[in-house]
Design a binder for this molecule. Structure first.
Ligand code: GLN
Length: 196
């Protein structure tokens, strides 16, 4: 069985754990960087990216997260997690983990619509996914190796670049586990490749 961690410093951790369990994988809430070592994949949850970054620094996680990425292990960033993965952030000179070839803008759906739900077609996942957006970011630009998986109102809201998956919304806040299942499949494939 593959083991998938959820970075448990801040944000929607429990909901991701439940969604992973619904996909029949072992879910670990990661509180110490040493716990990353025996994981096959990692979810960076939604929450607040600046708060999460402070905790990443406080608990000395940054190098371990970059090593995890450089080892080729799959990572899935949702909402604030997407912001952490991006190589480029609108209005910031430095990224956070900075491994996925996308430019992301924070809080980009306007203040009036702090949160909303929309049905999305997600490539390779489903024609209709109930996506919950909460002060959501969006992907402004995507590099040539990035596959765009979903758009909402012409804005990119889900994408994949090899081992990296990111979305603007919160897939863990509904009972629809198909995007989590897509990520667990990425993790299984990456693990199988490693053992060939
Ligand atoms: N607006 C938040 C941020 O910039 C992200 C919101 C979320 O994760 N729901 O970090």
């Amino acid at each position: 069985m593959v083991k998938i961690g959820v970075l448990a410093l801040q944000g929607a951790v429990r909901e991701h754990m439940k969604s992973l369990e619904a996909c029949d994988v072992e879910a670990i809430a990661v509180k110490r960087k040493e716990e990353l070592q025996d994981l096959d994949g990692l979810i960076l949850p939604g929450g607040e990216s600046t708060a999460m970054r402070r905790l990443i620094d406080k608990y000395d996680f940054m190098d371990a997260l970059k090593e995890f990425a450089h080892a080729g292990k799959p990572m899935f960033g949702t909402c604030a997690g997407l912001i952490l993965l991006a190589k480029d952030l609108v209005g910031y000179s430095e990224p956070h983990i900075g491994v996925m070839d996308i430019k992301v803008e924070r809080n980009s759906f306007g203040r009036q619509v702090d949160s909303f739900e929309a049905n999305l077609a997600i490539k390779d996942v489903t024609a209709s996914f109930p996506a919950v957006f909460i002060r959501a970011p969006h992907i402004v630009e995507a590099g040539e190796n990035v596959e765009i998986l979903a758009k909402h109102n012409d804005r990119i809201v889900a994408a994949r670049e090899g081992q990296f998956l990111g979305c603007s919304f919160h897939p863990e806040l509904t009972e629809d586990h198909r995007l989590t299942a897509y990520f667990t499949q990425m993790v299984k494939e990456a693990k199988a490749k490693h053992f060939v």
